[in-house]
Design a protein around this ligand. Structure first.
Ligand SMILES: CC(C)(COP(=O)(O)OP(=O)(O)OC[C@H]1O[C@@H](n2cnc3c(N)ncnc32)[C@H](O)[C@@H]1OP(=O)(O)O)[C@@H](O)C(=O)NCCC(=O)NCCS
Length: 175
């Protein structure tokens, strides 16, 4: 299902992903340096009603999915499980738009706060989240494996989203 077009690049669509997209998600895990999840893990998540799974689709190429956002809602909390943008498409504002759409979807489900974990060494992601309104609330020692590393827990309030129209985190209309 299509949710809108990117205001950064009108040839990029923001869509709700399906199981047909799993091979592309696994490709993105690899090229983005994320821990690769199995087909089964992605299939299970896609079948869950509490999961928000959005993607960026490049309509110009056969590559298809060039970014994705994956989060689960547990009542008032939205937990970001993964966000990734293909390195060839990074630094153009697409990650911010995708994050904004995901947070908007969480706000519409009634989530009031969003949490995520990020590797302490992942400086680009930490800056990305900070620029998009997240603050560090805790440190979780040795949270990650392969390699073992601490995680920072970051949080953002979503209270304001339930009253605003769908828009990106940079304030542009993407629908
Ligand atoms: C984190 C990630 C999703 C960000 O995606 P992105 O598309 O590069 O994000 P954006 O383009 O919105 O923002 C990144 C930077 O690009 C620059 N930028 C944003 N919009 C821009 C524009 N219109 N023109 C030029 N540069 C722009 C900004 O400097 C921004 O810096 P900031 O992070 O300090 O805000 C991406 O870097 C990624 O996939 N990383 C690997 C996976 C990962 O670590 N994920 C997070 C942990 S699960």
């Amino acid at each position: 299902m299509q949710m809108g077009r990117s205001s950064t690049d009108p040839e990029i669509k923001i869509v709700i992903l399906s199981s047909a997209d799993i091979p592309e998600l696994r490709r993105l895990d690899l090229v983005c340096g994320l821990h690769p999840w199995s087909v089964e893990s992605y299939s299970n998540l896609l079948s869950r009603a509490d999961v928000i799974f959005l993607g960026l689709i490049d309509t110009r190429s056969r590559r298809g999915v060039v970014g994705f956002f994956l989060a689960s809602d547990s009542g008032e909390e939205l937990d970001i499980l993964k966000i990734a943008v293909d390195p060839e498409f990074q630094g153009q504002g697409l990650g911010g738009e995708l994050l904004g759409q995901g947070l908007q979807a969480g706000g519409q489900r009634g989530c009031r706060r969003c949490f995520l974990e990020v590797r302490i060494s992942n400086q680009p992601a930490r800056e990305f989240y900070s620029r998009n309104g997240f603050g560090v609330v805790a440190l979780r020692k040795n949270y990650y494996t392969d390699p073992v590393e601490d995680a920072l827990i970051m949080e953002k309030s979503l209270g304001f989203l339930s009253e605003t129209p769908a828009c990106s985190s940079r304030g542009k209309d993407v629908c």
